[in-house]
Design a protein around this ligand. Structure first.
Ligand code: PLP
Length: 355
């Protein structure tokens, strides 16, 4: 079958992007290596340790435990799994804001734990009072999101961590998307800012590593020990990952992406993306659209159905939040010229649909 990889010049909805060239080259070299068996593939295993150290630097933790996961979904699932296995409750509950990523639904389903979703405040952030009220003796884990998928909001991480600590439960931060923006902001979000037990940060999103490269980080080795199973037929005798065979391309790509970009290129990306988000939000407001003021570079705004359909029909990849807003994620491939062209399309579509 003849197929062409998606061009990125009209992709506004995705949290993935073109990999960094150095990361793409590194991924190509390590395609056949399996970091799931480090005794057989020691070099890629060493690269994975290097990625962990680098992600520890990004997230305020020297010498983190963890590994390069398939993505944020696996990392979140492992955080829930560790919490379930370490709690005394027979009927464990995960407490999270409604803005949490749908991967927690999958985790709750697969791991047979209860997911208790707590309404956010009127600016789409976790509401600490509501979270505190939802926590009880069966709570195994409280989750905060640092950069929500739909609105780019950063939950009040220190407040949520304090609630979890007070209740004697674990605390997880999901920074899958936000983790490569937040170091260049004033937000308190990582291990160095609060008693965070586990954290998700995806190199394959804003980090510009090739897919699959997610990051699962833990403060203590005990978390990984809780996840480890014996692996009789491998040269290495235990494994804490969810996947067995894993992608050496993901690990090597993440290592090269971090080496090439931390911190200067990531800072430049953050600044460019933030300026683009501000530009788009202002230009949408000038045209009369209701815009959710961006916190991280993600712009959500009301767009009538007919205009949304017309824009999609013109080839733009645009998606909606659960509550219906269109959302533009200012990823590294999203340039000012692209946004200008998008606004032109919007104007034409608007006339066409007599909005
Ligand atoms: C994208 C995302 C995830 C899921 O990550 P995948 O890499 O798609 O599995 C989890 N949490 C948040 C906040 C995300 O934005």
């Amino acid at each position: 079958m003849d197929a062409t990889p998606q061009a990125f010049d009209r992709v506004l909805s995705s949290m993935c992007t073109r990999p960094h060239p150095a990361a793409a080259r590194a991924a190509q070299r390590f395609l056949a290596d399996n970091p799931g068996d480090p005794a057989t593939y020691p070099d890629v295993a060493a690269l994975e340790e290097h990625v962990l150290d680098a992600l520890g630097t990004v997230t305020g933790l020297a010498d983190p435990a963890g590994y390069v996961a398939g993505g944020g979904t696996e990392a979140n699932m492992q955080a829930v799994r560790a919490a379930r296995d370490l709690t005394a409750s027979d009927d464990p509950v995960v407490v999270a804001p409604t803005s949490v990523h749908f991967s927690f639904q999958k985790a709750a389903d697969v791991l047979d734990v209860n997911l208790r979703l707590v309404p956010t405040d009127d600016d789409y952030r976790a509401d600490p009072d509501a979270v505190a009220a939802a926590v009880d003796d069966d709570t195994a884990l409280v989750v905060g999101v640092a950069g929500t998928t739909e609105f780019g909001r950063v939950d009040p991480i220190p407040e949520l961590a304090a609630i979890a600590r007070e209740a004697g439960t674990r605390f997880h931060v999901d920074a899958a998307w936000g983790g490569f923006h937040l170091p260049f902001t004033d937000h308190a979000w990582h291990f160095g800012h609060a008693p965070v037990d586990t954290l998700t940060i995806d190199p394959h999103k804003v980090g510009r590593a090739p897919i699959p490269a997610g990051g699962f980080l833990a403060r203590d080795d005990a978390t990984l020990d809780a996840l480890a199973v014996e692996t009789p037929y491998l040269e290495t005798t235990s494994q804490a990952t969810l996947a067995g065979t894993r992608s050496g391309a993901g690990v090597a790509g993440a290592a090269a992406a971090l080496d090439a970009q931390w911190p200067d290129e990531y800072r430049e990306n953050h600044e460019r993306a933030t300026a683009n988000a501000t530009y788009l939000a202002e230009n949408l407001r000038d045209r009369g659209y209701d815009v959710v003021t961006p916190e991280l570079p993600l712009v959500a705004f009301d767009l009538p159905e007919a205009t949304f359909d017309a824009v999609r029909a013109d080839g733009w990849r645009l998606s909606r939040t659960g509550s219906g807003e269109a959302r533009v994620v200012c990823m590294p491939h999203v340039t000012r010229a692209m946004l200008e062209a998008f606004l032109d399309t919007l104007d034409t579509a608007r006339v066409g649909t007599r909005e």
